[in-house]
Design a protein around this ligand. Structure first.
Ligand code: KG4
Length: 342
């Protein structure tokens, strides 16, 4: 076996995506994800159904990742897994699977924080693809369904939250806005699609006035709900007739709120290297705003590839690889955890 080649099998099961990836050092060989359509009919993730679906998916997804990478179980150097934060029932499936497999193969385990994984997605190399990772320190806007944070990243293991939401996350706000309009789940991609056809200046929603670098999205959610109620009272068909404009205006408000604090953070911390991470980083208007700010303020920006924006195991594998190099392994008795910061 080639000693310079470290093969990591990574497992991610924190919410409603069962994902497995195989990395050779910092290069991803496979990244296989099974999403769970079962939640669509409920307008949100149902934890009990999510854990059952993980249980069904985990073996075929891991098999597929190994096959796609052309790596045998016996070649694996370690197993990296998401230990938290996330839904406990979902996490338990991935954590228990990782423990069982690591024990049977006699190889070490590496625990990974899901949020650290999202940020470190910028360091995943792909075979034969151009690649530039951010130099440390950099700022990362981490926006997902459960988190909205501005993080100062000093190294893969030294991360400092400089601002975060005091209530809802940006993705949660997008999902709730779509739900109120009766558009389905997850709402973020639907809002994104509709917004491309609408006028972002057609409606105005209130923005929060939170001191410092923290975010708040619950006021915007209420403002959207009250505006909609008033408009629907005047015309029952209002949402159907104006859903593109509503989506565009709501999305533009979320993006303004996010970028405003991020800009303040770059000024305050005097850092112009800025990365975007998490599920909401797939959003077209947010990506565009990043490019616009880069041009206007001379930022060096890092926007992840679509495959590395939402939950995936490759981002867990890259942290696993760095921790492996540091000999930072975890014991069998480490439990999953549902809540934490980085
Ligand atoms: O990071 P992620 O996959 O899961 C966690 O929350 O950890 O993020 C999911 C969130 C959901 O709220 C989803 O609606 C949002 O990301 N999202 C988007 C887009 N794609 C996914 N929001 C806006 N525009 C998108 N294109």
């Amino acid at each position: 076996m080639d000693k310079d080649k470290i093969y990591i099998l990574a497992i991610e099961s924190s919410c409603d995506d069962t994902s497995a990836a195989v990395l050779c050092n910092d290069v991803v060989l496979s990244n296989v994800t099974a999403s769970q359509a079962v939640h669509e009919q409920y307008g949100g993730v149902v934890p009990e159904l999510a854990s059952r679906a993980h249980e069904l998916n985990i073996v075929p997804v891991v098999d597929a990742a190994l096959k796609k990478a052309s790596v045998e179980k016996g070649q694996l150097s370690a197993i990296a897994f998401t230990r938290g934060p996330g839904l406990m029932g979902s996490l338990l499936v991935g954590v228990s699977f990782a423990k069982g497999l690591a024990a049977s193969l006699g190889i070490p385990m590496v625990e990974v924080n899901h949020l650290q994984g999202h940020i470190m997605a910028h360091f995943i190399k792909e075979q034969d693809a151009d690649f530039k990772a951010p130099e440390y320190p950099f700022l990362c806007l981490m926006v997902s369904g459960g988190n909205s944070q501005i993080v100062k990243v000093n190294s893969y293991k030294e991360m400092e939250i400089v601002g975060q939401t005091i209530d809802d996350a940006a993705g949660e706000a997008m999902d709730k806005c779509a739900k109120v309009m009766g558009l389905g789940y997850p709402g973020g991609p639907i809002i994104d699609r509709l917004a491309r056809l609408g006028d972002p200046k057609s409606h105005t929603f209130s923005k929060p006035h939170i001191p410092g670098l923290d975010y708040s999205f619950s006021g915007l959610k209420t403002s959207f709900l009250y505006t909609l109620r008033k408009l629907v009272a005047e015309d029952e068909q209002y949402v159907e007739k104006h859903k593109e404009d509503l989506a565009a205006s709501f999305e533009a408000t979320v993006v303004d709120i996010l970028m405003d604090k991020l800009y303040k953070a770059t000024k305050q911390l005097k850092i112009k290297r800025v990365a975007l991470s998490g599920g909401v980083s797939a959003n077209t208007a947010l990506r565009q705003a990043f490019s616009d700010y880069a041009k206007r303020y001379g930022w060096e920006i890092f926007i992840p590839k679509f495959g590395f924006t939402t939950d995936n195991a490759a981002m867990i594998g890259i942290v696993g690889y760095y921790k492996y190099l540091d000999g930072d392994f975890c014991a069998m008795d480490q439990p999953a955890f549902s809540r934490t910061t980085i």
